[in-house]
Design a protein around this ligand. Structure first.
Ligand code: FAD
Length: 426
């Protein structure tokens, strides 16, 4: 059986590694001259900066991605260091920014700023919603109806802004609860030694060792569809035949490759639904410093910042991601769709936040990267996925355009691939 994978991002390479391990003859086509998509590193002044992800797996060494990597034979070390997450709050109760000093709370103590009555309510909801998860509204709306307090909105916006690049108002409550459940189940984040590139390079090695081929600078321009099935792809005018095609480029771009006149039932509706997906956008600010700015290997959530949702400092786990004696710190901020028109202002606000958060500390801004449209934080906002299947039975979409339920970022990619493989490898 021959399988073709469109795109060599994490989703494409994971699928290729799994299928080649199961005996498929695999070919991967990547339009760029390099592999890895939004999950690899590039060298910038000796720092291993990333093309997307902040060198962090949401559920670290015990999550769905780590499990899938182990299954296909990838042995990259993923390190989870304590504390896994810390929340920065203003020093004085009642202050609403970091200008006048701050203190840090361990994530497990996130309940502390709640009023006593809301703490009691929280315990009740944690227990009762496990049996009957709420639905039909946004996470923020649910909070307003049940635990109305400024802290509720701040902490949920910081968490979802960091984890999904979405505001709590844009996260369906059922997805929000599924994510919280997965956090309890799989545990907190971890850093892959060597960063994102260590994982995608190791996956590419597995594909090649299993006899697969990865072509770079090879853009797929069309899918060949005959008698209701995909029979191959077209690259530079040349047809490559396949029994199975997996697309790592999201539903809207896949729908474009299918084209309009296939005669396959459901394709028009699929293309319409795909075109309605709004990719989540974000800004990453990379900092260099001689002394640590955070001082631990977890996430620093910043609910009182104007724009920045969270920050990590991966060199506290893997010093090789920066030149000797230097630290690499990365701040992430979600960009709401309404704010996309003025990215310069969003960047300015992010930089102002960092001045307050790291007041009195010395650092240099290495690079500011913004992500949207064709190179977004997520191709499909969490909770709005249209899953991995397409109207064409032997064509699947993998990657962050089709994540599994409750799957944060790359963990969602792994869950989506696990679901697809259960369908394909029967
Ligand atoms: P991609 O990486 O986009 O791969 C798709 C590939 O397909 C690309 O290489 C592209 O060039 C290629 N391609 C496109 N069209 C064609 C074509 N026609 N023919 C051939 N090839 C084609 N996730 C985390 O888990 N943790 C984080 O800390 C984190 N932080 C993030 C921060 C930012 C700023 C961003 C942008 C993302 C972050 N993510 C994070 C998300 C994570 O990076 C992505 O979900 C993941 O890398 C997406 O992988 P993918 O395989 O779905 O897509």
């Amino acid at each position: 059986m021959k399988a073709i994978i469109i795109g060599s991002g994490l989703g494409g390479l994971l699928s290729a590694a799994k299928l080649s391990k199961e005996g498929y003859d695999v070919e991967v086509f990547e339009r760029l001259p390099v592999i890895g998509g939004r999950f690899t590193n590039f060298d910038h002044k000796g720092f291993q900066l990333s093309t997307g992800a902040l060198h962090m797996l949401p559920h670290g060494p015990t999550g769905p991605l780590a499990q899938l990597l182990k299954d296909v034979g990838v042995n990259v070390e993923i390190v989870r260091k304590k504390p896994v997450a810390v929340i920065r709050i203003p020093r004085k109760r009642g202050d609403t920014d970091y200008k006048y000093g701050h203190k840090d709370l361990l994530f497990e103590d996130f309940k502390t700023p709640f009023s006593i009555i809301n703490r009691i309510k929280l315990i009740y909801y944690v227990i009762s919603t496990r049996k009957n998860p709420p639905s039909g509204r946004s996470f923020e709306q649910w909070c307003r109806e049940h635990i109305a307090q400024d802290w509720t909105y701040r902490i949920s916006d910081a968490f979802f802004g960091w984890a999904l690049s979405l505001r709590a108002a844009d996260v369906p409550v059922e997805e929000g609860f599924a994510i919280i459940e997965n956090l309890y189940h799989f545990g907190g984040p971890g850093v892959p030694m060597g960063g994102c590139k260590a994982i995608t390079d190791a996956l590419a090695d597995v594909v090649r060792a299993n006899g697969g081929t990865i072509y770079t600078s090879a853009e797929v321009s069309e899918l060949k569809v005959e008698d209701g099935k995909v029979t191959g792809i077209i690259v530079d005018g040349e047809v490559h035949n396949a029994d199975l095609v997996l697309s790592d480029i999201g539903h809207p771009a896949t729908a474009k490759l299918i084209g309009e006149d296939t005669g396959v039932e459901g394709v028009d509706n699929y293309a319409k639904r795909a075109s309605e997906l709004k990719p989540s956008a974000g800004i990453k600010i990379c900092l260099s410093s001689d002394k640590p700015l955070i001082g631990h290997g977890g996430v620093l959530l910043t609910p009182y910042a104007k724009r920045v949702n969270g920050i990590n400092e991966v060199t506290n786990v893997d010093p090789s991601l920066a030149p000797e004696g230097k630290h690499l710190t990365m701040a992430h901020q979600c960009v709401h769709w309404d704010d996309m028109k003025d990215l310069d202002r969003e960047i300015e606000l992010g930089l102002e936040d960092l001045k307050d958060i790291f007041a009195g500390k010395e650092y240099e801004v290495l690079l500011i990267q913004s992500y949207s449209n064709d190179w977004p934080v997520n191709r499909s906002p969490s909770g709005a996925d249209i899953k991995n299947k397409t109207p064409i039975p032997n064509l699947y979409v993998v990657g962050d355009g089709a994540k599994g339920k409750g799957g944060i970022e790359v963990e969602g990619i792994a869950l989506g691939i696990r679901n697809s493989m259960q369908d394909i490898l029967i």
